[in-house]
Design a protein around this ligand. Sequence first.
Ligand code: DSN
Length: 406
Amino acid sequence: MFSLKEPICYTTDMKDTQIKKLIDTEKKRQKSVINLIASENYVSQDVLDALGSELTNKYAEGYSGARYYGGNEIIDKVEDLCCERALKLFDLNENEWHINTQPLSGSPANLAVYVGLVPQGAKIMGMSLDHGGHLTHGFKVSATGKFWTQVPYGVQKETELLDYEALKNLAIAEKPAIIVAGYTAYPRKVDWKKFREIADASGALLMVDMSHLGGLVAGKVYPSPFPYADIVTTTTHKTLRGPRGALIFVRKDERGLDKKIDKAVFPGLQGGPHMNQTAAIAVALKEASTPAFKKYAGQILKNATALAAELSKRGWRIVSGGTDSHLILVDTWMNGAGISGKEASDRLEAAGIIVNKNTIPFDSRSPVDPSGIRLGTAAETTRGKKEKDFKKIAEKIDQVLNAKKK
Ligand code: DSN
């Protein structure tokens, strides 16, 4: 059974002593720090066992029941089970939703959606990276910004929240082929229904990248995008607490989006799927369907609220004024009254608290040394921490960041 108390417990008996030593040292590092990286988590022993299994030996190009190599009878069952569990976890009907479990991670999953559905050169309307979007939402240094044209959007300056009316006007004016909602550094609730209306008003497809939110949606503590989206992508290793990997959910209808996306994943972009990874995702999906996981998801939110409130009480500016998720964006620079995001992140790391520096909306500084840090509560909640622990973490963060000024 998955233990919340000691999730980092894998021991190996490897003969390669160099690699074993590095793994052991990394395990020690993971145990010894407070991990507030919003996109990380600690997987169960069962997930690690599946990842380290003999399934890695098998080539399985194609999809269940239609492979290019022999010997895939058992592999088919693994993929079928993973698909079944993914649909069940998010209360989806197999007549309405198709699932592809093969993308190797989040970026290839998003790329596959565009390769399958968006004509080259057409417009992807996605949030700018510096406002909380992702590279694969059409940013210029990503392939998604080279083969397609991004129509960037952001948050409102005063509220640091999405302005749905402005988004609607932008979409109607630009006519993107696809609108991407779901972010890496937007802490608040997203109104998926409003995005559906915007997509309908502009004739675009609606894709939700819920990579950060997968576990929160599964635990029913964050609104589900499924009633509104045409396509939903998610990584499996963030709040969902599985191995690194990704899933693409596609609405099944006369448009045939599902078939186009399957073809884009294989043979469009990938060869053989990593079936050890698929099995590990299946394990995580089962774990995420338990009442214990629902409680875990709720605790993630309580912890994030407690962390944000305590930091705010201690004088730190929380972007958008708070959080509705696992994620908090802290403005550490505060127009020069505080310290830069890089300095904050370096100081915290030296004190055993791991975070990432992050731009804040309308940042006056550069992305390599921005004005803020991003914090997340999913990993430490897996280790059993509660609100009182996060209050102490906030106190420690405050001490470390303030030390500069003293
Ligand atoms: N790197 C992930 C994150 O930290 O949000 C997104 O890919």
